[in-house]
Design a binder for this molecule. Sequence first.
Ligand SMILES: Nc1ncnc2c1ncn2[C@@H]1O[C@H](COP(=O)(O)OP(=O)(O)OP(=O)(O)O)[C@@H](O)[C@H]1O
Length: 729
Amino acid sequence: MSGTKRKLSRKATSPDKKRKTNLDALRWKEVSLPDRLEDYEGFFGLEEVENVDVVRDPHSGILSYKSTTDHAAASDDGDDDAASWGGFSDEVEDMKPEPKPASKPEPEPKTVAPKSKPNPTKNGKVKGAEKSTSTAATFAGLENVADGEDVDVSAWRSLKLSPDTMAALAKLKFTKPTPIQEAVIPQAFEGHDVIGKASTGSGKTLAFGIPILERFLEKRSTTKASNKAPIALILSPTRELAHQLHKHLGALFAGVTSEQPALATLTGGLSLQKQQRLLKDADVVIGTPGRLWEIISSGQGVGTALKRIEYLVIDEADRLLSEGHFKEVEDILNTLDRIDTNDDDATGEEDQASEAPASLETRQTLVFSATFDRGLQKKLSGKQNRKHNLLGNKETMEYLLSKLNFREDDPQFIDVNPVHQMASGLKEGVVQCGDTEKDLYLYALLLLQQAKRAMIFTNSIDAVRRITPFLQNLNLNTLALHSGMEQKARLRSVERFSENTKSSVVLVATDVAARGLDIPNVDLVVHYHLPRAADAYIHRSGRTARAGQEGHSVLICGPGEVAKFRRLVAQVHAKSAMAKLGKQGYFVRTLNVDRKIVSRLKERAHLAKILADAPAAKEKQRKEDDELRRLAEEADLVYDSDEFKKESAGQHRGRGAGRKKKEQELSELTKRDLGAMRAQLKELLSKRVNTGVSEKYLASGRVDVNELLRDREGGKTGEFLGTVDNLWD
Ligand SMILES: Nc1ncnc2c1ncn2[C@@H]1O[C@H](COP(=O)(O)OP(=O)(O)OP(=O)(O)O)[C@@H](O)[C@H]1O
């Protein structure tokens, strides 16, 4: 099975009501499938359409489709169900732009630079949203914005934005630009290529989103509908980030009162046909390299259309190639850059006679991340930098930049936080514990913290699979996110974690969630495993303390991880350390979690762990048994699993023997054993835990993590790295 299946349902109608139409112009509706079907490889979904007759020509035998009502066929302006798709699930809010005018004036001749700047509003005040000076407003607040109230957006005036964009910003209650927006937007308007670095959660999305919107607004009055092509392509390393970008940009575009840019997001795991249909009408295309290349290489003029983009944006650039997208990224860039002399492009598509010349000269490239190699700027300007690359991503970034066809010799390098890598409102801590105590300490930390919403990062999918039921067994509302999950389930987890920002919820994830995800009000990030590289630590920690808010990042550190963590912290805080030289500098504080309290949680954690691990151990055992039985049958032998286990028990020695024994014990637990444990755990969870301090109880979270992480003037309590003098030890 492959692709989306379509089902036509027939209804009798009089022939005079029928309109001949083509398949893509019909109003296809998605049919919900049972969950088990979603895992079918290559099967993206089922769509159906009503009020359509299939008519066979009596002479030629050719089939055609005739709509029996005006509603069956989607109008040419793209007003179909597919065009309304966007955001985190197939049913999410409608990002569909207003219907477009039937015709537009001729396109303006292409200019090289600078791009013309839009008109500012007179006083910077925009009707249409409430007055606010908050810079911590987020897109999540958009739903609450009431039209008809005033928001003072005069701080944006120096950027000379159009009234439409000013109105859109007012609706978002974004009263002033963030530093990266203030620095990048004028450069983009002047036609420069930009490489932008700013800490996590500092508003990089709008630093490129606003110039794209301005260009769209400027162009829309001069572009003929028939000559329409996307003006921007945004490449994202992960699917989640691509959908996040769609949501953010969609929220900005939705504030434009006149015609809005249409977004198409192309990611794997969701319907290919739907995305291809959206693409036809798109002004701004967001894509992950794999799916984007799949669509470009399938032909249909997509590569040709994308050659005309005026903005190429690479978000989280230092991650793009490390996601294994090397080949696709290269193919996409080659397609964008190829100047077609006669007929074929990379995909074998025929060039359209009406195609505008390749936009190589006018296309600007905007590259962003929170973590770039410190020596990158010098490299770019041709100076050799022999220093070590502290973030370990030099090669991939250098390679990517060498492949990008910048318009200028020297792109503008904008680093708005050269000293501090981490968000300013972030406090970092570490909990030290034994290797086998991590689950227990994680539970203790989640109970002790005042925070309600936490993201737990692990280095493996297996760990996510294990920790999620462990925490669920302890009555913590826990969701999972990893790349082994079916795409819709991934988006559902993010959506459920994001949607109710007031409830207590924990998201356990691999690094697939480390970048770009902008989920409001995450109070705590926990690194269950030490991240493999410093940039991962920065991006994971950056899921909290966003948009000027406060947050905490805590590493649960086993004995074997201490030295590596010290090195990692030294890398991340290297420049801050220089800046603070001679003064006390605590970058990461030890959280002295009271061992007495932890020991009172031990029994709960032990039971929860058995209950979480037993099903997986049983499943593994079942698979092993099946395989051995099959092999025995092939050899004409009788397989007795009990006998086999007894024999092999004696053989398991050395590394992994303990784990194997534990797995076996778990797999042998009966339903009854597990039921008894569940009852015991329930009993324990119903009781409060005495913290031993003046008869205080843990249930309400008596220990304040914030207090533990507070800077103490001259004091050494809770210090992890000590003074900066020791930083390089
Ligand atoms: N000018 C502004 N005023 C107030 N809030 C803003 C402004 N610009 C963006 N934001 C908000 O800041 C939050 C973070 O923005 P964004 O996701 O663009 O950060 P980022 O720098 O791309 O982060 P990351 O590096 O983690 O991807 C978003 O919720 C966004 O709504």
